[in-house]
Ligand binder design. Sequence first.
Ligand SMILES: Nc1ncnc2c1ncn2[C@@H]1O[C@H](COP(=O)(O)OP(=O)(O)OP(=O)(O)O)[C@@H](O)[C@H]1O
Length: 904
Amino acid sequence: MAATKTKKAASNSPGKKASNAGQNSSMSAARKRNIRLALGFLCLLLGSFFTLSVISYCFTWQQDQHHLLSSRGLFNFLFHDKAPVENWCGRLGAAAAHILVYRGVGIASLLFTIWLGAWGVNLVYGRIVIPIFKWIRWMALGFLFVCPLFSFAFPQMAFPLGGALGNGLIEWTNGFAGKAGSLFMLITVFCFFAFIVFQWDIKPLLRRARKLIPARMPAVNPTGDAAMDDAPTAETASDNNDRFKGFRLDKQDMEAAPVLSETDEEAAMVTGSNNKLNRNGMAEPFVTEEEPEEEPWDGSNLEMTIVERSEPETPVSQPAATGKPGIHLELPQADELVINEPVAEDPAAMEEEPWEEEAYEEEVYEEEEATTDGMLDFEIRTVEEPTAVPAHGSHITVESGEPYDPSLDLPNYKFPTLDLLDETEQGAISLDREELEKNKNQIISTLRSFGIEIQRITATVGPTVTLYEIVPAEGVRISKIRNLEDDIALNLAALGIRIIAPIPGKGTIGIEVPNTNKQMVPMRTLLASEKFVNSKMSLPIALGKKIDNENYIVDLATMPHLLMAGATGQGKSVGINAILVSLLYKKHPSQLKFVMVDPKKVELSIYRLIEKHYLAMLPNEEEPIITDTKKVVNTVNALCIEMDNRYELLKDGGARNIKEYNEKFIKRRLNPNNGHKYLPFIVLVIDEFADLIMTAGKEVEMPIARLAQLARAVGIHIIIATQRPSVNVITGIIKANFPARMAFKVSAKVDSRTILDAGGADQLIGRGDMLVSHGSELLRLQCAFVDTPEVERIVEFIGNQKGYATAFELPEYEGAEDERAEKEMIDLSKRDKMFEECARLVVNSQSGSTSMLQRKFNLGYNRAGRIMDQLEAAGIVGPAAGSKPRDVLITTEYELEKHLETLF
Ligand SMILES: Nc1ncnc2c1ncn2[C@@H]1O[C@H](COP(=O)(O)OP(=O)(O)OP(=O)(O)O)[C@@H](O)[C@H]1O
């Protein structure tokens, strides 16, 4: 009875209401999205249909027009006439095109039909893909200028180029003011659009015209009148300069306007009309209603508390949305987008380069005018072009007491905005009470069947799993539960159960059970969260959500290196993208560089677009993303040299780590003339580490281990990902230097132990479900999801901006060259006595394996290696391929004999 009462109370509890409200709001959001999609597709279809019918009309109008005009009305033509029509879109197409072209605006009607399709595209995407509102101006120009222009220019043409509108306007003006009047009308309309609506800049044209005039005048009139002729020109110049100043203001205003309207458009598209701006143009603080905690509710005979956490953080504005303070994007809820525009004028608009260049040209011109005026001095000045693309640290020599700002390398760089990420709705975490109760009962009965009684059970519902925390009855030893782990998991029989006995620091036992309805964690919500936006970490990475729904954001700099593993298709690539995207949203190109290694050649290639902003590579290297093993070895060794150089700089600068060093440099306490420079963080990302180790072995393992041991203090961090977390890939030396590990689902418990030093990763459920071991904790997280198109949009956004002249150059690594030179210097006249026999064995077995030579001829490793190098120099085998046998370049013994004859 008591139990029933509690249940009732629980079902009426505010928590339940809140969750109902959440469900309702997510349903209405889904309905809105469906309506938007339906309208979008309709507009797209109609737009395409009408466009096609108008294009077809251009070829078929004569045949169809006859039927149309002879038919008694459009209705009759559409529904009763039997005569065949030529238009590709049938009767409907012929009628629509007739109305649009003949009775409407002529050929300019295409502007309307394509615009309709563009509306559809925007509605389908839910954001402004094609700027349709800007298009309205072009439509107006088409209807009010192009239509009458066609009718004026081709009055005899049978095809209604200008449509009824063009013909009507021209007829009226012809009658009212004659042809001259029509021409004036057309010029006036054009000027109205050019200067008022589009605000086109005709100054360059005028200036060119003006330059031509004084240049010719003295030649025409060399008697001294030139000075008189020049005088008004100089006046005009200053006049123009005044006008120019006025125009400069207008231009700013004008530039501000489309930005505003476009953003409004976007906001209107996405949110309806939910823009909130307070009077200062700053964000209204958002108040999120904390969902009240669920009341405890009764199970069949035991009480279980469901801990449902509200979203832990109010997503806040993203400061970096424009690279300038003041423009913020807020995402309080998935379906609400608040955009705040700054009231103060945007300094960026004033600093636009072309504008500055024009102003400068204008000044130079004015001076030229003045000197020609008096014919006294003649000075030819060359105006140095401002460097189009800066080199790294190019503004370093600016002498001023101001603190050094590395971002001034690329002052106009804009950080990617949140709207580049999909606005995936993340509804409230749904609580399926039936499911919770069923699991609870099963846990209780399973434990009871092993003789374990429990006192209390609490459920915490996370995005993908629910954690049942159990307090065992007095006297039950935790080791007993731990020993029964497998049996309990078997009895609960759900996929992906993980038992944590005990939960560290709590003394309770945790059983994680996957939810039936799993929630994805969109990257956007993490990047918009207060914790991320206000993070002061050196390299903040937003990894995902914890089981209690809290955002998990860590500093890669403190990790300081990260080892990732997971079977194929379990979310590794998404995890790497989440890390890279987090860093791209937070760090300026002057502060961070990536070295990317991708033997698979497909995963990281998408980042090649940001080569000139964020990538670091060897000098004279062509490919920004390294795919070739040999090049990886060189690059990793180059990073070791960079590390050593940085240590020298730190020692010289009296700093213990990169943070202290950069702080000193910013305060201008380190002299760039002594080689000091601002040091960006470098993150080395290696995908498919197993592949690398298999091909390059120790050659790559050693420098990586060295980096991992020492590079942290100088700001070089490593992220390694592998599908195969076996001990020969993640060797002891690598493991010892990678304290932070991230495991997606792996196929065997032994793999889980290799990566995490604990089981559990084999029991994950995939799709971004992961375990992170950092410090002493082992956390279960749902990895943030960022899709490839989103990453593409972000790198395109960055790549389209002005970057450095080159990628960040790593120091040259000479080792590789030396090796090659050494090989080239092998003197075959001093070849080993066993050379010929070894050559025969290699050719007959078609395997260039050094260990085979060792075994067959009982040779030492060094001698066998030397013979193999001689075989390579003789062109019998190919270059070393890591631990794999070398390729054999000769196929038969006969061919070998011939080859040896030619050689010796
Ligand atoms: N965090 C996540 N949230 C939701 N779904 C995810 C998540 N991570 C991955 N997935 C799903 O799993 C699929 C495979 O992920 P991903 O490509 O990252 O696997 P992978 O481990 O890199 O595989 P491979 O090693 O073969 O490249 C994705 O296409 C996506 O559908």
